[in-house]
Ligand binder design. Structure first.
Ligand code: NAG
Ligand code: NAG
Ligand code: NAG
Ligand code: NAG
Length: 619
């Protein structure tokens, strides 16, 4: 204990105040903090230092902003921001901690004792002692009901710490009963996109541990800042970014009430604007040049550090008439043309909308004129997002342009480009079944309906693996994402009148599995519920703020919670390890997009009271 406190006390030792232990049981403890500030407080952040590793931490009347193995920083909730000098406020908390030995804990208040407000003051990055919970497969949690458990919306949402879903009346918000809080999961997912932002961050950036990064991304003075980092790294791959962008836009256009009623519309508009503004910078029509990637994962993944402290220069890669890439070009058309509709109809930014439409039209012409697979030419993309075709992207681009303009030429071209058949997957390389939906919406033709039904039939068990507990399993990379993408297709199909109840039930079976109907009762979406992955493969989340060195192989939990990220997911027999270097803990902007759309769809059906009862969990 002393050893740790000595390290921790560099900043604040004289100020450490004792924490009262109210109760200690096997595996946990309850504590009380009593603040009597010497000066008036108007908003405060307090750090609690423990002498043992702490698992789950829960506090009432405060919000967790940051957690480390032995340190937690909490901030006031709004109604408790002001504490008068000399007055007293108490706050109780619980932790999980192994064993029954006494736990020592002390606290200090930022600003009063030491440290800048807002950011956690941390001990210099001392190597974390390995947690006792070495990351083997998680055991199912036994839910011990403690008398202290509070399950109110406000409590949950203030615990999330950012962007509360205010005014959502839990009792009345749904017409149909939901097995999981789809709207909470939806709000969280947007936060993941906020955590992926590159460039200069706006003042309302909700992710306290993210700062400006990639602010020098430019080629010969041409600004390429912005966009999303693809995954846990700091590379901007336009192919999956554009796919995530159009799929998110589609979900928002399809289920706007889900965003509205969970008070996420403004947040979502902010989120989807980010890649679109970057795409506008990437397209230089006068020079027949499209930037399609910034950064090179091969050279940059060698370093494990926060994007904020990256000093490797970011190289940028283009497609041109001599290095064609109609696939990625058309994918960006889909993002911008759907973005036009979003900013015209939902987000109320007509000028931005018009710029997006103009760019998408000229880029579509460029794509048709310069056919070819971008990864044949941009070798830096090939190992990660190598493309296998362009007709699916051209079809999607054309149908979005038709939706945006009403010009039949686009519809005719979309129909021409579309290849009939049942897709292997809906993902960043294969738009097909998504395009079938868009075309079905415009034409009601049987051929599209058959391809959609055929796809869900396959996923629903006819010729792919379903894990013993019920997840459609397509691939070991991103097993959750394939299932969630299919769930999104199913919700959109249901909304288009294609076998609605069966489609909704299939979507619920997959989403409920991801949120907890699995053998570990874990939510594979970070931050949802109490039991979720703690070690996502993500540099920013796993490195302490303002440090330049951290280690992907450090077995400790990520100090910064990557709220909302959907991790890769289980193997084909439902097995999963919460290990940072394990592919099952990868995260990516293309993992969350269909998932978020499916959540919006399910919440929309619940609001309309047309969500059938959830399928029984298999596990
Ligand atoms: C991190 O660095 C920034 C810029 O120097 C500074 O404003 C901030 O207070 C630092 N945060 C911490 C936790 O040290
Ligand atoms: C819940 O909704 C119903 C039907 O819309 C309404 O009659 C009732 O007053 C609402 N209850 C609350 C607490 O708002
Ligand atoms: C999925 O399979 C189940 C069991 O065979 C079936 O009852 C259900 O209708 C199927 N759902 C869809 C959307 O095809
Ligand atoms: C809400 O909070 C309760 C009590 O802390 C917890 O059991 C539950 O899992 C939380 N729900 C979500 C969606 O985070």
């Amino acid at each position: 204990m002393l050893y740790y406190l000595v390290l921790a006390c560099v900043a604040a030792c004289s100020a450490l105040e004792p924490v009262q232990v109210l109760d200690r049981w096997s595996g946990g403890m309850k504590g009380r903090i009593t603040i009597t500030p010497p000066v008036d407080l108007h908003g405060w952040t307090l750090h609690i230092l423990f002498d043992v590793p702490v698992g789950h931490f829960q506090i009432w009347r405060a919000t967790v902003v940051w957690q480390n193995e032995r340190e937690v920083a909490v901030r006031n909730v709004n109604y408790d921001a002001d504490i008068r000098a000399g007055s007293t406020q108490t706050m109780d908390f619980t932790i999980t901690a192994d064993g029954t030995e006494p736990v020592g804990a002390k606290y200090y208040i930022e600003g009063i004792h030491e440290g800048p407000l807002g950011e956690p003051t941390t001990t210099t990055s001392t190597t974390h002692a390995p947690t006792t919970k070495t990351s083997t497969t998680r055991r199912p949690t036994t839910t011990t009901t403690q008398s202290t458990t509070i399950t109110t919306t406000e409590d949950n949402l203030s615990w999330l710490g950012v962007r509360p879903l205010t005014n959502v009346d839990q009792g009345n918000v749904t017409g149909s009963e939901m097995a999981y809080d789809y709207h909470v999961a939806l709000g969280l997912s947007i936060l993941f996109y906020d955590a992926q932002r590159s460039g200069k961050l706006p003042n309302n950036n909700p992710i306290t541990w993210r700062g400006d990064s990639g602010v020098d991304d430019a080629v010969e003075g041409h600004d390429l800042t912005g966009g999303w980092y693809d995954a846990g790294d700091d590379v901007k791959f336009n192919m999956p970014m554009a796919w995530a962008s159009w799929v998110l836009n589609y979900g928002l256009l399809k289920f706007p009430d889900a965003y509205e009623r969970s008070e996420q519309t403004a947040a979502m508009c902010d989120a989807v604007r980010w890649p679109l503004k970057y795409f506008l910078k990437c397209w230089l029509p006068a020079e027949d040049t499209l930037y399609v990637q910034v950064g090179d994962r091969k050279t940059e993944s060698a370093y494990w550090e926060r994007p904020e402290t990256m000093d490797t220069p970011h190289k940028a890669y283009t497609v041109t008439p001599t290095c064609p890439g109609s696939d990625v070009s058309a994918k960006m058309v889909s993002a911008m043309a759907s973005g036009y509709l979003v900013f015209r109809d939902v987000c109320g930014r007509p000028i931005l909308a018009d710029r997006l439409l103009a760019a998408s039209k000229s880029l579509y012409t460029f794509a048709k004129k310069n056919r070819g697979l971008y990864s044949d030419c941009v070798k830096q993309a090939d190992d990660y997002y190598g493309s296998t075709g362009d007709e699916d992207e051209l079809a999607t681009a054309a149908v979005w342009l038709y939706k945006a303009t009403g010009h039949y030429t686009y519809l005719a071209e979309a129909i021409d480009f579309y290849n009939d058949g049942v897709a292997w997957a809906f993902d960043w390389d294969d738009d097909n079944v998504g395009t079938a939906l868009l075309l079905y919406e415009e034409t009601s033709l049987e051929v599209y309906r058959e391809d959609i039904e055929g796809f869900i039939d396959v996923y629903n068990g006819t010729s792919v693996v379903t894990t013993p507990c019920g997840l459609t399993y397509i691939d070991r990379w991103g097993s959750n994402k394939y299932a969630a993408n299919a769930a999104f297709i199913a919700t959109a199909a249901a909304a288009n009148g294609i076998n609605p109840d069966d489609m909704k039930r299939y979507a619920m079976s997959q989403i409920n599995y991801i949120l907890g109907d699995n053998p570990y009762h874990i939510s594979y979406e970070i931050g949802y519920g109490d039991n979720y992955p703690r070690r996502p493969h993500h540099m920013g989340s796993s490195c302490l703020v303002n440090t330049t060195e951290c280690d992907v192989n450090d077995p400790g939990e990520n100090p910064n919670v990557l709220y909302g990220a959907l991790v890769g997911g289980p193997d084909d027999v439902d097995g999963y390890n919460d290990v940072r270097s394990d592919l099952h803990n990868d995260v990516a902007t293309n993992y969350n997009a269909g998932f978020q759309g499916a959540l919006a769809g399910l919440f929309h059906f619940a609001l309309d009271d047309i969500l059938p009862p959830s399928p029984e969990p298999v596990c």
